[in-house]
Design a protein around this ligand. Sequence first.
Ligand code: AMP
Length: 444
Amino acid sequence: MASKKKSKKTQVQLIKGMKDILPSEQLIWDFIKKQVFSLARDYGFSLIETPIVESTQLFKRAVGEETDAVSKEMYSFVDQGGEKLSLRPENTAGVVRAYIEHGMLNLPQPVKLFYFAPQFRHDKPQAGRYRQFWQFGFEVIGEKDPIIDAQLISMSYVILQELGITAQIQINSIGDENCRPRYIKALTQYFKEHKKDLCADCQKRLLKNPLRLLDCKVKKCQDIGQAAPQMIDYLCEDCNKDFTAVLEYLDELDINYTLNPKIVRGLDYYTKTAWEIVEGDEEGKLQALGGGGRYDDLVANLGGRETPAIGFAMGVERVINKMKEKKVELPAAHRPDVYLAQLGEEARKKSLRLMKELREAGISISEDVYKNGLKNQLELADHRHAKYALIMGQKEISDETILIRDMESGVQETVDYKKVVKEVQKRLNARVVEKVLKIKAVKK
Ligand code: AMP
């Protein structure tokens, strides 16, 4: 009989431009999340989570049909019900949709929201550019006072500082519907004179989205852009007043900023203040870690009533790359208070119950209940930096005791099983007191 040979299946692989976040990376992700959540708490922002998939129409209307994010990079599809849907390329559109849909305009204004979530853009995969990437972002909806602009810019600066990165703010004002049309006219006029030297994309932008000519990455377009008219010279009185106020507040906050007339941001919804937060890469080339701006017309454009708003988003992977480059020290990994080691069937059963009791008492644990052999288990306790090991064998079971071992000194003591939770708590408290006394002694 011919033997049936199993054919080897091909391996299914990760999608290009996407990344697994492995357990070994969780320490840095966790650290960033903690800092972001703590910043949000201190500044009064509430977490919002919107769906990854939204109607394609939302992004076309909010972000703009002619933007790269929508026209070239959006993951769009028609679902089984025939609906045109897209994976979100950014989160502000979803947040604003939710603000309108849930009647948040009836809440005390402004409404301050933040998110920490994956975004999707079918970008060319390269260093610092992924197809799924995470952003955290802060949005203030319902306030036009420029002090909010300065506060958000300061938050974008401070969060990076807290993560060990001193970045630079580059700021501009892109005006509003009163003054921008006049500027766009002057800009179009200028670039028209250089039309034949522009890249093919910019020749199209000239007709559809002239502002974007200013942030083209092609060298010859950038060179032409050097002498282009600047928005700042065209600001109306209102925009000028607000922009001056933002800069004054930033001076007050001692935030280092550079005026950059080329900052126009890639998305259509921006008005007035626009900024990016940048850092030099290893070759000294500036890379944006995040950016933000006012979007005073977006709520109304999506069907809500006129509502001023502003926000910023930061790219988590880029921040992580920067932290690694700068070798930012992370807080120590979690250390379990106790490791539970057991020998024999009876001890195994008993340790299951003890685990539960220790956790209920707020004591963090580590264990490998399926393992036998004390040496083996103590090595694991050591590897995980447990402060104490609790050891239960045949003798301890019959005596109704348990061994408590200090993992640093190796000293062991037998204690009454019934008192084990109290005993561990006592020792943990004593460690805290000892630590405080040490700090005080150093300060003296
Ligand atoms: P944007 O609103 O497009 O300026 O994006 C804000 C931030 O998100 C950028 O400054 C980057 O840090 C990050 N970001 C944008 N696109 C990508 C991408 N394709 N891959 C990784 N990070 C990105």
